[in-house]
Design a binder for this molecule. Structure first.
Ligand code: DAH
Length: 344
């Protein structure tokens, strides 16, 4: 009996509980009506008379120890609870951390909105393209410098002798071809997307950037239509005081071709370092779709004519928000992105 009591004493000494349930289980095991200590008490009458005193004291000691230990453990839990008692359940929650739209997305959406109001719908095409859609169907001569290794990322190189080289598209003009080969006019599309060029990365050049292309093909589309859309776009995008200027230019896929400048939206056209004192900044390329391009893509150039335009989203964003290091757009620095929180 003494040995049994000593063993229980040791157990009680070593008792631990991780939570209130475990503690209650211990209490039941040792101190409840059917617990170990009461069992000892029930056996007490079998103890020989000369041992009764010693055993009785031992059982009492065990009972006190068990009660003390359980009370101590209980207190420990209660004081832990007390640590949480200054938890203020009525306090307003921390504000949810909302993300922001990327500045290029903001500007892209703005461009899309303007053209959507004019009846343009969005068209899409692959970024990994073939030479035909990026160059040949867009009337690039076989030896045009834009096909040069320096500009184009090749997926399958020219040396691999694949008839239709697979490349990363260098401009969204490839989507013009993708749409025309499957659709007869009227065509009125806008194609936003990412393009790639084999350039060393610096503050003003990047290996990938974003463009928006617009294409309108129908009967009797003229340069006047193009000019009107350009003027409307410039005013919507940069404010109603904005003026536009068209300079003759060259693109393989348009004839005639032009580059459009807008009156510098920083100095209002007076001349500043941003516009290099000229009062004008270039924002896009455009022109009448070359009849060759229509024919190459299955559209009768004697019946239909069209205009096209293409612009860099980074360039427009730079003008609107003065972001003049292209690398910021792809670094995902939260301090930069947070600046556009209010923009929508
Ligand atoms: N594809 C041209 C580029 O990447 C931009 C461009 C210019 C697109 C004139 C057009 C256009 O549709 O008519 O520089």
């Amino acid at each position: 009996m003494i040995a049994k009591i000593n063993q229980l004493l040791q157990e009680v000494e070593a008792m631990t509980a991780a939570n209130a349930e475990e503690l209650e289980a211990l209490r039941i095991k040792y101190l409840s009506k059917k617990g170990a200590i009461n069992e000892l008490m029930a056996d007490f009458r079998n103890v020989p008379a000369e041992q009764k005193k010693e055993v009785g004291m031992k059982v009492n000691e065990l009972k006190n120890k068990a009660q003390e230990k359980i009370a101590a453990l209980k207190e420990q839990f209660e004081s832990q609870d007390a640590d949480c008692s200054d938890l203020d359940l009525t306090r307003t929650a921390y504000p949810a951390q909302l993300g922001t739209r990327h500045p290029l997305t903001i500007v892209k959406n703005e461009i899309i909105d303007i053209f959507a109001r004019l009846g343009f719908s969005i068209a899409d095409g692959p970024e990994v393209e073939d030479d035909w859609h990026v160059f040949s169907s867009m009337n690039f001569a076989e030896d045009h410098p834009a096909r040069d290794m320096q500009d184009t990322f090749f997926i399958e190189s020219a040396e691999s002798n694949v008839a239709n080289n697979i490349i990363l598209r260098t401009h969204t003009s490839s989507v013009q071809s993708r749409v025309m080969e499957n659709t007869q006019p009227p065509i009125r599309i806008i194609c936003p997307g990412r393009v790639y060029r084999n350039e060393a990365i610096s503050y003003r050049a990047h290996a990938f950037f974003h463009q928006v292309e617009a294409l309108y093909v129908d009967k009797n589309v003229s340069f006047t239509d193009l000019k009107q859309v350009l003027l409307l776009f410039a005013k919507e995008m940069f404010g109603s005081d904005t003026k536009i200027r068209l300079r003759p230019s060259y693109f393989p896929f348009t004839e005639p071709s032009a580059e459009m400048d807008i009156s510098c939206n920083i100095c209002g056209g007076k001349g500043c370092p941003f516009c290099k004192g000229t009062g004008w900044v270039e924002i896009l390329g455009c022109g009448m779709v070359d009849p060759n391009v229509l024919e190459l893509n299955g559209i009768d150039s004697k019946v239909y004519s069209g205009y096209a335009l293409g612009m860099g989203i980074e360039r427009i964003t730079n003008l609107k928000y003065r972001v003049n290091d292209l690398r910021l757009f792809s670094e995902n620095d939260l301090r930069f992105l947070k600046e556009f929180e209010a923009a929508y």
